[in-house]
Design a protein around this ligand. Structure first.
Ligand code: 6V0
Length: 324
């Protein structure tokens, strides 16, 4: 049998995933099974884990559309990536302060980001590691990339949890409910109750107090559940992974296929909703092949704007204490 000389071409839809922990590998699996990328590279510092995950994924390719998968600790493997997804992160140590953990995660990004940009200077960065809004700012600073090319996975997954919980109460599919959680991913996220609707019928038209402290129907318990659900999943199974993986894979699809879908992701918000600091927070954004092309500025209530601005001020204070 004659074999052709192998020609290594750089694929137009190459993705690199840095960090193959619970979240990173679930994202890789989700991208692979949905056939979103033609090539994927996995990078981590744990060589054995990388090799094992690579073999396990490759052995499933017979059942899917083919794609090239590589893995290693050498960032040269990531060259030519259209999108680099960063999930590498440190867990909190006993007795460690939040700021110490933030600094350790910043130090991890100091190691990763320059190498990714060296091998893929035109890449888009998608940061997943927590605290995601803070680390997206750090990645932006370290990368030198334009701000529209540095994106945080942000509140896309919080919005999905929100829509799922609303769907249970309305008894309709989550995809048929519009609802957005913006701001900081986590405890101080902001639910935009004024924008919740099914087929154009606004919840606030049916119940003007929905989501407020005067609401007798207690809709805001759904937002409290959204915040609690991350802690609940960690308590019950150790780590959240599947919803996060699907959330990141739809963002990946939007970027690689230039779909211009709108998702709540973390972006530079100075000047948006009255924010006066250079911070990253989630707002609905249009995603395409150049990253974030447009930000959708929702009409917020005074209370929602105040909450959004409060998160921005808190983040700015933490940012100014980081060393990088
Ligand atoms: P994990 O299972 O501990 O995996 C982390 C991985 O990062 C490990 O495989 C490490 O070896 C790797 N790693 C550490 N340092 C480096 C480095 N310098 N270079 C390359 N790889 C490195 O964590 P898990 O996968 O559960 O979570 C990863 C990160 O995502 C954490 O920061 C989580 O807090 C964060 N999450 C963010 C979410 C979000 O909504 N934004 C949701 C879930 C988790």
């Amino acid at each position: 049998m004659q074999t052709k000389a192998s020609v290594d071409t750089v694929s137009g839809t190459k993705v690199t995933v840095v960090g193959v922990g619970q979240v990173g590998i679930s994202i890789a699996f989700s991208i692979m099974t949905q056939g979103i990328a033609s090539e994927m590279t996995l990078v981590d510092v744990m060589e054995d884990k990388l090799k094992g995950e690579l073999m396990d994924l490759q052995h499933g390719l017979t059942f899917l559309d083919n794609m090239k998968i590589t893995a290693g600790s050498d960032y040269a493997l990531s060259a030519g990536s259209k999108l680099c997804i960063v999930t590498a992160g440190a867990q909190m140590r006993e007795g460690e302060s939040r700021l110490d953990l933030d600094q350790r995660n910043t130090d991890i990004l100091k190691d990763i980001i320059p190498k990714l940009v060296q091998y893929s200077p035109d890449t888009i960065l998608l940061i997943v590691s927590d605290p995601v809004d803070l680390l997206t700012y750090v990645a932006w600073k370290l990368s030198g990339l334009p701000k529209e090319r540095v994106i945080g996975s942000g509140t896309n997954v919080d919005s999905s949890r929100f829509r799922f919980l609303l769907s249970e109460r309305f008894d309709v599919a989550p995809t048929s409910i519009h609802g957005w959680i913006i701001g900081e991913h986590g405890d101080s996220s902001v639910p935009v109750w004024s924008g919740v609707d099914v087929a154009g019928v606004r919840l606030r038209d049916l119940n003007p107090a929905a989501g407020t402290s005067e609401d007798t129907e207690n809709w805001n318990s759904i937002h409290r559940q959204v915040i609690q659900s991350a802690y609940e999943i960690i308590r019950l199974k150790g780590y959240p992974s599947w919803a996060m993986a699907l959330s990141v894979s739809v963002l990946t699809r939007a970027i690689l296929n230039n779909t211009r879908n709108v998702y709540a992701v973390s972006t530079f918000v100075e000047g948006i909703h009255g924010v006066q600091y250079p911070v990253f927070l989630s707002v609905p954004c249009v995603l395409g092949e150049n990253g974030i092309t447009d930000v959708i500025q929702q009409t917020l209530t005074e209370d929602e704007r105040t909450q959004f601005q409060k998160s921005a001020a808190t983040l700015n204070e933490v940012q100014s204490n980081l060393v990088f």
